[in-house]
Write a protein that binds this ligand. Structure first.
Ligand SMILES: *[C@@H]1O[C@H](CO)[C@@H](O)[C@H](O)[C@H]1NC(C)=O
Ligand SMILES: *[C@@H]1O[C@H](CO)[C@@H](O)[C@H](O)[C@H]1NC(C)=O
Ligand SMILES: *[C@@H]1O[C@H](CO)[C@@H](O)[C@H](O)[C@H]1NC(C)=O
Length: 419
């Protein structure tokens, strides 16, 4: 049994958000593994560390390490990328800055880590790909401190092996590079493509390791839907205009892979063959396709955050305003009744924020009550941040995503179109 599977068995069953997801780690608020108490006290004293300002957003898993990203939302954020041990304490485990404190130092030259939203592991090549948006104080208006860049760490040495600063022509004023999908085929680590989402200026940038260059594609499907920009959850009502956000990279079929993408403020998914994104010279509008609405109704609370796809072609995604994790079997039409509900819980899954599928098809989810952190306040005496996992087969059991599910005729009904 691999170590992740062992961890799942050993850590299972303390509390569970639903029968399907197991709660593995919890925090009231996160703190770091400081070299000493004196170092922590000094950081608080100088304002370099403001404990209540920390808020994790993204996760990834590799062997016995859980990677956690912490965008620099507010002042006093000493690290933007960290790890916890899958074998360590389950509650309030201190975060270890990754790869070290020095690289996480804010305000230095732009060769360190500035502001990270998501990371992605390239299992075939043992690399951690890090998309650094370069932005700090995101919740206080945002400051573009460094240009966005893409880094790859070799996970056996924790050294940077690829560094690509996005050239100016691929970045717009006000861009936010928030998510990425890594495409390595047949273990060819020197021929990897990375697709990066610009959620605020609506584009996808593709980087090729082979040509060591990147290029940008824009399409109206990457924009936010103006009628789905209202979010009403956790007692707060706010507007977000995030476009292209979730990425689900399908398994290889006929030498090509489909990239599904979901604008965060939207009710649909879109698809593009990666062959179109990978060829810098051919960007044909007609290669982009529209999938039907995943849900409907006046409130349009079908916002999909992060998305991930298993090697079996099952897509997992977070319905952030429904406090739910959902799934879809990509062999069936993308219709409301064919979306499965993996788990839903207004307390423990309040604002599910990241979802990942590891190399053994375990599904990992982080929930973080982000709207309360951003727009009201968190009760720090309560558990606010949780990490869950489940094997794919348990996550989809009894839902329409189960490959044995036999669709009924009413599964093919489309969503009510109310606008
Ligand atoms: C890739 O290009 C950058 C400049 O854009 C350069 O600094 C770097 O050395 C190149 N890397 C490789 C492996 O050629
Ligand atoms: C927001 O949601 C709450 C709870 O579901 C509801 O009572 C309230 O009317 C909603 N507010 C708006 C402005 O839609
Ligand atoms: C990109 O597409 C063009 C036009 O179809 C084709 O000529 C070219 O060979 C393609 N490039 C690659 C790298 O496949």
């Amino acid at each position: 049994m691999n170590r992740v599977a062992v961890a799942l068995v050993v850590l299972c069953g303390v509390v569970s958000a639903s029968a399907r997801l197991q709660e593995l780690f919890t925090w009231n608020q996160v703190d770091f593994a400081w070299p000493s108490k004196a170092a922590r006290d000094a950081a608080i004293q100088t304002g370099a560390f403001v404990p209540e300002n920390q808020m994790p957003l993204g996760i990834e898993v590799w062997k016995d390490r859980l990677f956690v990203t912490l965008p620099r939302w507010r002042r006093g954020s000493p690290a933007t990328l960290a790890t916890v041990s899958l074998n360590g304490p389950q509650h309030n485990q201190p975060l270890q800055p990754y790869p070290d404190w020095a690289m996480n130092r804010e305000g230095g030259p732009c060769d360190g880590l500035t502001g990270i939203f998501r990371v992605q592991i390239d299992h075939a090549c043992g690399r951690l790909w890090v998309l650094d948006a370069g932005e700090v104080d995101v919740a206080e208006g945002g400051v573009q401190q460094c240009p966005p860049k893409l880094l790859a760490f070799d996970l056996s040495t924790d050294q940077v092996v690829i560094r690509h600063v996005l050239p100016e022509e691929n970045v717009r004023q006000g861009s936010l590079f928030s998510n990425l999908a890594v495409d390595t085929r047949n273990g060819q680590c020197d021929d990897t493509h990375v697709y990066m989402a610009d959620a605020w200026r609506f584009g996808i940038v593709t980087y090729s390791t082979k040509s060591n260059s990147s290029w940008r594609v824009e399409h109206n499907y990457m924009q936010s839907d103006p009628l789905a920009c209202r979010y009403n959850t956790s007692g707060v009502d706010f507007r977000w205009h995030d476009g292209v956000f979730g990425f689900g990279l399908a398994p290889v079929v006929d030498n090509d892979r489909t990239l599904y993408f979901t604008p965060m403020s939207g009710t649909r998914a879109f698809a593009v063959p990666t062959s179109a994104l990978r060829n810098e010279t051919v960007i044909d509008e007609s290669t982009f396709t529209v999938l039907p609405q995943r849900g409907g109704g006046v409130d349009a609370q079908w916002h999909a955050g992060a998305t991930a796809m298993s090697s079996n072609g099952i897509m997992f995604y977070n319905l952030v305003t429904r406090d739910a994790v959902a799934c879809w079997n990509s062999r069936l039409p993308y219709l409301p009744n064919l979306q499965g509900e993996v788990a839903r819980d207004t307390v423990t899954l309040n604002f599910p924020n990241d979802v990942k599928v590891d190399e053994f098809n375990n599904v990992w989810v982080l929930s973080n009550r982000l709207p309360r952190y951003l727009f009201s306040s968190l009760d720090l005496s309560d558990v606010n941040i949780r990490v869950f996992a489940a094997h794919e087969s348990n996550a989809i059991a009894g839902t329409p995503c189960d490959p044995h599910y036999a669709p009924q005729s009413n599964d093919f009904v489309t969503a009510p179109c109310v606008y």
